[in-house]
Design a protein around this ligand. Structure first.
Ligand code: SF4
Length: 168
């Protein structure tokens, strides 16, 4: 088996774990979250870690040929994400209540969300209705470190997402 594939599989397993959490949150906040297809307010050009970049390249290969556009994120075309199913972690979290901060107690963390959501009311946030970004980022960095170590060639710390078109 391609050695990299081991790391890509671990990354996609992690993304599945994140997606399950996101689905649960979307259900819990369904009355307060207005994110929908065609809204690209959170979409900006971004850089991602090598493990994300090469995992996305591996799954897009021979499937999708996105084109670079001049929209706020170069992966947007007519306000729709060309790689939506395979978008990186940061894109998956758009709009949701995201908790950041060292403190174990979710109420002591700083919680952010898109201004277009939670306009009628802000629920009481707790560990079960927020996405703990520190937990997710720690795991992502851990996966990235292992991948970078095994890659054999030097890699940049982060890679511009739109560079994927040069690898497909
Ligand atoms: S990759 Fe897709 S979801 Fe992520 S910012 Fe770009 S257009 Fe938006």
């Amino acid at each position: 088996m391609d050695n990299n594939q081991y790391y890509f599989d671990a990354y996609f397993e992690f993304i599945k774990y994140v997606d399950d959490k996101i689905k649960d949150l979307e259900k819990k906040h369904s009355k307060d979250i207005v994110c929908n297809k065609g809204c690209s307010s959170c979409c900006l050009d971004t850089t991602i870690l090598p493990i994300e970049f090469f995992s996305i390249v591996s799954i897009l290969k021979d499937k999708i040929s996105p084109e670079i556009t001049k929209e706020s994120c170069a992966m947007l075309k007519n306000s729709l994400c060309q790689i939506y199913e395979f978008r990186p972690l940061i894109c998956r979290t758009h709009g949701l209540p995201l908790a950041y901060g060292e403190d174990e107690d979710p109420l002591s963390k700083s919680i952010t969300f898109c201004d277009m959501n939670f306009t009628k009311r802000i629920p009481v946030f707790n560990s079960k209705n927020i996405l703990d970004m520190d937990e997710l980022n720690i795991e992502l960095v851990r996966l990235n470190e292992k991948f970078v170590k095994s890659f054999g060639k030097e890699l940049p710390e982060r890679i511009d997402l739109k560079e994927i078109v040069n690898y497909l």
